[in-house]
Design a protein around this ligand. Structure first.
Ligand code: HEC
Length: 297
């Protein structure tokens, strides 16, 4: 029987967070040589490479570092991301990749925006095997997901904070794309640069979108925050602020605390959600029907 118990393990670096919403343990396997990763530029596929092809072109390394998900030292067989990106985007005429914005997409819908400068700062690796378990990956995260085929691992001591150095597993797509192009309906159009709604949008893009969608665009781990009802339509503002800062005082859920957000940051997030309340976009909404939730007389 599957159990829906969520273990919230707090690691030395950062609060735990979950990626996959699949309940129950998985049977992880080793990544096959036929496993593929897709390289895209703003939605267009420019190349799809098998692990076999990447291993033939790039020398593998064994990297060891503290892993905040496993909460201990882990050793992976891995390819340096610089070489992987060079191979994947070869001939795409993108100029220096460090100047480009990226989006990393996992097979389970997890989407992480990341600047090229971060991805290429040195220390990022595309891991394809768990060295202590060559036959099968050790399951990862609070829901014991299968990390295969690829896991983004960071090698340096200074790179074990999941907020600054996210580690998507089941990595399937590496895309060069501007945030607004990937998630066009999350933008508070009409609000000037530097306004509270724009500042809140920047915080949302940096800290929230990998788990939450606005207007059906973004992560699927947490609830959608704008449609059909915006979070500011059904929760009092004070409650939203308190929830974002420390969700564990409300429920034992999978959302990490955000103690580093200032009161000003929370004001900006509320300004952003309020702006989006008036910019709803929900093309896949079910046909409107009267739900019949009339108040009892
Ligand atoms: C690692 C994933 C993750 C991140 C990052 C995250 N959340 Fe959440 N959030 C969740 C999940 C999962 C829930 C559902 C309840 C729970 O598990 O705590 C949730 C619940 C919420 C709720 C309550 C929704 C409701 O109707 O009860 C709000 C508001 C919220 N998140 C806002 C944010 C904001 C704003 C940020 C960024 C500052 C953020 N979250 C970052 C996963 C995340």
């Amino acid at each position: 029987m599957k159990r829906a118990v969520v273990l919230l393990a707090l690691c030395a670096c950062n609060g735990a967070r979950s990626q996959s919403v699949d309940a129950g343990a998985v049977s992880a396997n080793a990544t096959s040589d036929d496993a593929r990763i897709e390289f895209r530029v703003e939605g267009r596929v420019v190349r799809s490479l098998t692990l076999r092809a990447m291993r033939a072109a790039i020398e593998s390394e064994s990297i060891t570092n503290y892993d905040p998900y496993y909460e201990r030292e882990k050793r992976f067989r891995a390819l340096p991301i610089e070489r992987v990106l060079d191979l994947g985007f070869q001939g795409a005429n993108l100029g220096p990749l460090g100047a480009r914005p990226f989006v990393l997409r996992a097979g389970d819908g997890y989407t992480v925006p990341m600047q090229g400068s971060r991805l290429l700062e040195g220390g990022a690796y595309l891991a394809y095997a768990d060295e202590a378990h060559p036959e099968r990956w050790e399951p990862i995260g609070p829901r014991r997901s299968d990390p295969a085929p690829f896991y983004l691992a960071w090698k340096l001591r200074t790179q074990c904070n999941l907020e600054t150095h996210p580690r998507p597993w089941q990595l399937a797509v590496i895309e060069v794309a501007r945030f607004e192009a990937v998630f066009p309906h999350t933008e508070p159009t009409g609000h000037a640069e530097g306004s509270p709604a724009r500042r809140g949008y920047a915080t949302f893009a940096r800290e929230c979108v990998r788990c939450h969608a606005v207007n059906r665009e973004g992560g699927r781990i947490g609830p959608e925050l704008n449609v059909p009802q915006s979070i500011v339509e059904y929760r009092p503002v004070e409650q939203i602020r308190a929830y974002i800062r420390n969700p564990l005082t409300f429920r034992y859920g999978a959302m990490p605390a955000h103690p580093h957000l200032t009161d000003g940051d929370l004001d900006d997030l509320v300004a952003y959600f309020t702006a989006m309340r008036d910019r709803k976009h929900d093309p896949d909404a079910p046909v409107a029907r009267d739900a019949g939730y009339a108040a009892d007389p």
